[in-house]
Ligand binder design. Structure first.
Ligand code: 6PG
Length: 247
C-alpha cells in the first residue's frame, strides 16, 4: 500500500513535500555523492520548488551534485508561459543557480517531435552514464495527476502508455489536440522513490480510483505507477483526498 499523507491546505502539503524531497535527496547524496530527480510540471509543484529554493531548504542540498530532468513537457518553446521547463527554471533552477550541465530538458524548439524525444533520451542516458538498453534509475521522480488520471504526459488512451522500450516519447494527446513529451513507464517504474503532489477537488475521483485501486480493470495512467523496489508517497491536499475511505 502506498504511503498516503493528507494535508489541510496546499501550503501545508508543500511544506511536508519539501521535507520529504530533502530527506530523500540528502540520503542519496550521502550514499552516492550525487542524486537525480525528475521534476513534475503543471502548477501544483511550483510552491514546493519555491520552498526548496528558499532560505529554509536551499543549503540542505548540494545542488552542484544534482541532476534535474524535466519529467514531461508541452510542445511549446522554452520561454512560453505553458513550458514546464520555464516554470521549474524560474521557481527552482535559476534561484539555486543550477548549472545547465546539471539539467536535462526537452529541446522543444529544435527539430521534429521524434528527434526531440530521441535527443532527450540520449541526454538522459549520457547524464546517467548508461549504455543502450539501460534505463535510468532516478533517486526521485515527482509526479502530479490530472482529473482524468494522467500523470506526466501519459494521458488515457494515448500511445506512450504502452511504450515499454523507450525512456522518452513524443505523445499526441487527442483529447487536448496537442503533442506532449514525456518520460515513460520504464523510467518511472525504475525509480527509487516516486512522490505525487495533488491538490484540488477536481482530482478527488481520480485519487480515489488510483490510491484505493478501484477500477483497476480499467486502470488510469497514474495507477500504472508501481516502481519495482521503489517507494510511492502521496502528498494530498484535503480536497483532493476527500473521497478516500477514512482509515
Ligand atoms: C503537465 C504535467 C501534468 C501535471 C498534471 C497536474 O505538464 O501538466 O506534467 O502531468 O502534473 O496535469 O497539473 P496541475 O498541477 O496543474 O494540476
Amino acid at each position: 500500500m502506498a504511503d498516503v499523507r493528507i494535508f489541510s491546505d496546499r501550503a501545508e502539503m508543500a511544506a511536508a513535500a519539501a521535507e520529504h524531497f530533502t530527506e530523500v535527496i540528502a540520503k542519496a547524496l550521502a550514499e552516492n555523492g550525487e542524486a537525480s530527480v525528475a521534476a513534475a510540471g503543471g502548477s501544483t509543484p511550483k510552491v514546493l520548488y519555491e520552498l526548496l529554493a528558499g532560505d529554509e531548504y536551499r543549503e540542505r542540498i548540494n545542488w552542484r551534485k544534482m541532476l534535474v530532468a524535466i519529467g514531461d513537457e508541452r510542445d511549446v518553446p522554452p520561454d512560453d508561459e505553458r513550458s514546464n521547463f520555464r516554470m521549474v527554471s524560474r521557481s527552482l533552477l535559476l534561484p539555486l543557480d543550477v548549472s545547465d550541465d546539471n539539467i536535462v530538458k526537452w529541446e522543444t524548439a529544435n527539430g521534429k517531435p521524434e528527434q526531440i524525444a530521441e535527443r532527450f533520451e540520449r541526454s538522459l542516458k549520457t547524464a546517467f552514464g548508461l549504455g543502450s538498453g539501460k534505463v535510468p534509475r532516478f533517486d526521485l521522480i515527482m509526479l502530479g495527476i490530472g482529473a482524468d488520471g494522467h500523470t506526466a504526459s501519459l494521458f488515457p488512451d494515448t500511445k506512450a502508455l504502452s511504450e515499454s522500450e523507450r525512456i522518452a516519447a513524443a505523445n499526441y494527446v487527442p483529447q487536448l489536440g496537442e503533442r506532449r513529451f514525456t518520460i515513460t513507464f520504464p523510467v518511472i517504474n525504475n525509480a527509487k522513490n516516486v512522490m505525487f503532489l495533488v491538490a484540488g477537488a477536481d482530482k478527488a475521483e481520480a485519487v480515489k480510483r488510483i490510491v484505493e485501486g478501484t477500477g483497476n480493470d480499467d486502470p488510469l495512467p497514474a495507477s500504472l505507477v508501481r516502481p519495482t523496489g521503489g517507494t510511492v508517497t502521496w502528498f494530498l491536499e484535503r480536497d483532493a483526498a476527500r473521497l478516500l475511505k477514512r482509515v
